[in-house]
Design a protein around this ligand. Sequence first.
Ligand SMILES: [Zn+2]
Length: 379
Amino acid sequence: MNEMNPASNAGLAVRYFDGRSSRAQEVRARLADGRLYLIGPEVNRVLEARQVQWPERTRRGPRIALLSDGGSIQSADTAAWDAWVRSGGRSESVVVRLQQSWRGVVASLVALVALTAAGYVWGLPWAAKVVADRIPEGIETQVGDAVLEQVEGFVKPSQLSAQEQQAIEQAWQQVLRAHTAAQAARGVTVRPSRLLIRDSEDIGPNALALPGGTMLLTDDMARLLQNDTKVIAGILAHELGHVQHRHGMRMLVQVGVLGFVTSALWGDYSGILAGVPLWLGQAHYSREAEREADAYSVMALRDAGVSPVVMVTLFERIQLFRRCGDALLKPAPSGSAPVCKQESREQAEEDDERGFWGLGFASHPADEDRITFFRDAAR
Ligand SMILES: [Zn+2]
């Protein structure tokens, strides 16, 4: 193919500056075979087209292409220039073409944001669930024992009377037995769990579900619920939901995805165990996990013939505790009422962040949606 080939375009009239003088020269510019030909009365040049700095078609105003020797060619006729460049076979980069189209820009931004968000919102929890569900029970038990060892460092033996502890244990076993039988009839096996009652000033009225099926109830929670064993059974049914869905394991996987996977592969848990206190302090069950555990508690309570309305009582007491504090946990001295403040939602969330025990029941502000859910379930 030579420069006279019909495939080479007829060329475009441009102003040529040689880069040394400010004098413009009228020349014809042609693009062919990857070369730029400049031909005029005093000009006859051939340049490699790819060594020319071509203008992007993103702005108005004259088109200026910079030549490698400091010269340039210019045209005020942008439409003619663009048509010439296109017919000359200079394909534009994808970016330039996208820049041409605002729709393209917006679409690619939206796609990027959506992908990132989807990966964060669904990808990680999904991956954590898949991994957690495949972790053998034996490993979960070992991890749970290690977590419990850490927790036992923060708690003391229960200060409740033996009768109070027994009443709680009995009420819970009754619900658990009825629920386990009902699940068996549905062909579902209830994972093993155990209840520990502990005293702790650090975590106040709370209940936790640890990996491996250990459920921990604090004395202060029993006190806050005025030893109402049905309400206590309700909170334990919720914690059992976390156990059944392996939320503790999921959270552990999610918080330390890589560290955990490598530890599991190599059978070395020291890495995970070092992170446990941090994990306990910072990890929150997601709202979705809380909803799953709430739904589970409704099922378990119904199996035992207990109205889910006990969960409404639970949330009301937690809300009251947020406003009135420790005064609710002690028998009130005669004639004095606890001093309670009006607490905004923001304040509740702030208190929430201050609390050390992210995993605990009381760590999520008792929100109206959850109360409504249990009210409806109780109908
Ligand atoms: Zn929960």
